[in-house]
Design a protein around this ligand. Sequence first.
Ligand code: NAP
Length: 279
Amino acid sequence: MGLLTFRFPDGALVPRLGLGTWRMGESATERKDEIAALKLGLDLGMTLVDTAEMYGEGGAEKLVAEAIAGRRDEVFVVSKFYPYHAARAQLVQACEGSLKRLRIEAIDLYLLHWRGSVPFGETIETLERLVADGKIRRWGVSNLDVPELEEIAALDGGGNLATNQVLYNLAQRGVEFDLIPWCAGRNIPVMAYSPLDQGDLAEAASLRAIAQRAGASSAQLALAWVLRHPNILAIPKATRLEHVRANRAAAELRLDAATLEALDRIFAPPQRKRPLQMV
Ligand code: NAP
């Protein structure tokens, strides 16, 4: 079956389940396995790849370049720049560095990794220029809470914000209270990072029985749960091929009301505003 998709307001269609690359591209001995995992993910339709200049200090972007070689057009590449590269000259330079490592002409979605000291206005103006110059196709942010999104929305060009990538999984549900509704109301997808709580949810004893009843593994249950909302994209990282396959299969799982209620009893939904968490 085809993967669940999200269509950006500008028409670009992406799968809602993609591939994370944090902690990839750091070790020569893992390299072959990491490339094989990314290639398998692409073969299975998970063609949204999330990376950052930070990951492996450029090593992950180089790895992505190798994994997408010869099939650039199938892939939607997301990368991120350090907050201390968010000023005009540094941002243009950081973008050139990412393009070179990724060996592509343009980044599909370029994100401010977290908030730093550079005013949003300067960063957005530069991002808009990068779009006009064809270096990036669209831009977004990561690890920003609602008041910061409001700040951005009020700025020139702020309406072009294409995503907010935040920590979201069963064990960290704070964003359900306000951030997900804020984004959904504006047709801005939320990109859920660490959807498996960095692997912890795959081991969670509390999930085992519910997962078994749903005919899935705990990791698959956790992933299907994140994907239950049409405005959410998830980018699990997996180096083991069986994990890549399992994650792809999780996108086919539909959780019934009884399963969702059972999960709510273990991982309670937020009843009030919580500060945005990040890893
Ligand atoms: P994650 O995706 O929640 O968990 C990754 C861990 O789960 C790995 O140890 C992986 O093992 C394991 N795993 C994957 N699929 C599994 C399965 N089906 N069954 C059992 N275990 C499974 O954690 P993450 O890497 O922190 O987050 C995902 C991506 O989000 C990152 O790679 C990165 O691209 C992005 N991210 C962004 C930010 C940000 O600040 N914007 C922060 C964190 C992460 P193997 O690798 O051994 O297969």
